[in-house]
Design a protein around this ligand. Structure first.
Ligand code: NAP
Length: 282
């Protein structure tokens, strides 16, 4: 039986095993997916041991996405550009790193029919997921991108990284107050912070008066599926898209890589999403 896992710290609340094991069962694939807590200090040994071990692939989560790039034999171009890996495949004795978070966000835009071209995109947060989201947003040809983050230096570093790979799009950093005038009806606002994630479900990364009709709000958080940020926006007739789609798409893209076949075409998104929403509500 082929074996897979999500590695990181913490991983106890990861929904990845539920998602992948549901797919294996649905498609009759003889495989198993587990959680494995791996700390920063354990990572090097873990990857070394894996070379002789049974795992065929892993998903990588906080805080290992950047660190693991140093331990792998080969990085796919996008993962190398991003300096972050969330999917590893062991193939013929070699470890290969991919970033399927970018694919996940890109597919979210397609599924939700969101067009960012010539729009102002406001990114809240400047961590790991913000970098993947930014890479996908850059390709969508927005008019400008504004990064707002608790620690201004992290926003500045992310801006520097993005301007080095794309000089055509205006990318700036701002405080919430400085950016106030940019929260127009045509703005797209993407939450890449954990504000609103379980158990802090009553928090929103933005005050209500920043939200209005016409805006597109995307949350990368998927527990709960409808965050307070999205609920506040929905009440004001904004388009609201949760992080569950991105989560599902990054996982299906990982399965395509591990099995070298389009598993993503064989799975019903609706059934899978309903299953994940049901278990997150339990
Ligand atoms: P990360 O690398 O730790 O970055 C977190 C970001 O949020 C940083 O910019 C941090 O600001 C900011 N932040 C954290 N706590 C904050 C607070 N209390 N107030 C204001 N800002 C705060 O984490 P990440 O990997 O990017 O994950 C962020 C979120 O994305 C998580 O909620 C996670 O669930 C979600 N995510 C979703 C998917 C998906 O597939 N849907 C995939 C990965 C992650 P500082 O720079 O000041 O620290």
């Amino acid at each position: 039986m082929e074996q897979f896992a999500v590695i990181g710290n913490p991983v106890a609340h990861s929904l990845s095993p539920d998602l992948h094991n549901w797919v294996f069962q649905r498609l009759g694939i003889e495989a198993e997916y587990r959680r494995k807590r791996v700390t920063v200090n354990e990572l090097k040994d873990f990857v070394l041991r894996l070379r002789q071990g049974k795992l065929k692939g892993v998903n990588v989560t906080l805080p290992l996405k950047e660190l693991i790039t140093m331990e792998l034999d080969w990085l796919e171009a996008e993962a190398e550009k991003l300096g972050a890996v969330n999917c590893v495949l062991w193939q013929r004795g070699k470890s290969k790193g991919y970033n399927t978070d970018i694919i996940g966000f890109r597919k979210t835009l397609i599924e939700a029919k969101i067009n960012l071209t010539r729009r102002t995109c406001i990114l809240l947060g400047a961590g790991g997921v913000a970098r993947s989201v930014l890479a996908a947003v850059l390709r969508a040809d927005p008019a400008r991108i504004v990064i707002i983050n608790r620690t201004p230096k992290h926003a500045y570093n992310l801006m520097r990284w993005a301007t080095a790979i794309n000089t055509a799009i205006e990318i700036t950093t701002a405080t919430l107050m400085e950016a106030k005038a940019l929260f127009t009806p045509s703005a797209a606002i993407i939450n890449c912070t954990p504000i609103g994630m379980f158990p802090l479900v009553h928090a929103s990364p933005l005050p209500e008066h920043y939200l209005q009709q016409g805006q597109t709000l995307i949350d990368t958080i998927y527990t709960p599926p409808l965050t307070r940020f999205l609920a506040l926006g929905k009440a004001r007739a904004a388009q609201a898209v949760g992080g569950m789609d991105m989560f599902i798409e990054q996982a299906l893209a990982s399965l395509d890589i591990w099995f070298e076949r389009k598993i993503s075409d064989e799975v019903s998104r609706t059934e899978l999403k309903n299953y994940l929403i049901k278990i997150t509500n339990q």
